[in-house]
Design a protein. Structure first.
Length: 248
């Protein structure tokens, strides 16, 4: 009989550092959907990809942040050795919001160049998708009827979907980047109606209510933007071009 002993198997240490039941940090992952919480890592352990070719402008970040605030994190980001290769915008917005953890999956490929290829392909594949305009119109119409305009579409984009804003190009008109402009239309200066903006984050509902009281304006968990002082909201979709020479 052999007296050789089998070495004890070492338990692999967790690389996620995710809070477990009973951990005081569990409240810090409440924004992550429950199935993804075992994948949570501290945001301080993650870094944006310095070679990320995808630029996240203000409008894109506003849309990501709005989704995170409304739905929480429902899909993981992808990292390689702590560097985010898919989800850099999510990391940036989560940091702005004040989250401490994000759900993460690790890219296991050893080849750095291959990981870079994945990052480009992931971004590009999303760009190549197309909208079904009929289905999209139905969805947007349904959500807007419930007072939800915060869907990532501008007033002009709404207008293009719901009206014939872009007729075929005819004589005397020019087509510029998909928009039409009549050569006979008078020139005008478009003022900057957006002003300036600042992002304000609230840790609790009580904090939001206190801020709303200071402003003297109503604010709910679904409020994504407001004007101060209060301003009348101009909706392009409610306007229409009228030919004054033709009877209405």
């Amino acid at each position: 009989m052999s007296t050789e002993q089998t070495p004890a198997r070492r338990k692999r240490a967790s690389t996620t550092n995710a809070p477990e039941p009973g951990d005081a940090r569990l409240k810090s992952v409440e924004h992550i959907t429950e199935d993804l919480r075992p994948l949570a890592r501290p945001i301080t352990s993650l870094a944006r990809d310095p070679r990320n070719a995808r630029h996240h402008g203000v409008r894109n970040l506003d849309s990501i942040r709005s989704s995170l605030l409304e739905h929480g994190q429902v899909k993981p980001i992808v990292v390689r050795d702590g560097i985010v290769i898919a989800g850099n915008g999510t990391l940036e917005c989560a940091t702005q919001i004040g989250w401490e953890f994000l759900a993460v999956v690790e890219y296991r490929g050893a080849d750095e160049k291959k990981a870079g290829r994945f990052a480009v392909q992931d971004n590009r594949s999303a760009e190549l998708a197309e909208w079904n305009d009929d289905v999209l119109r139905g969805l947007l119409d349904e959500y807007r009827a419930e007072g939800d305009d915060d869907l990532g579409f501008s007033a002009i984009e709404f207008d293009r979907l719901f009206t014939d804003l872009a007729p075929p190009v005819e004589d005397g008109a020019s087509d510029v980047d998909g928009e039409w402009a009549s050569a006979s239309m008078p020139e005008f200066d478009q003022p900057n109606a957006m002003g300036s903006r600042v992002v304000v984050n609230f840790k609790t509902d009580e904090d939001r209510a206190a801020f709303a009281k200071l402003l003297g304006q109503p604010m709910t968990a679904k409020t994504r933007s407001m004007w101060f002082p209060p301003a009348e909201i101009y909706r392009l979709s409610e306007e229409a071009y009228v030919d004054e020479d033709k009877p209405t």
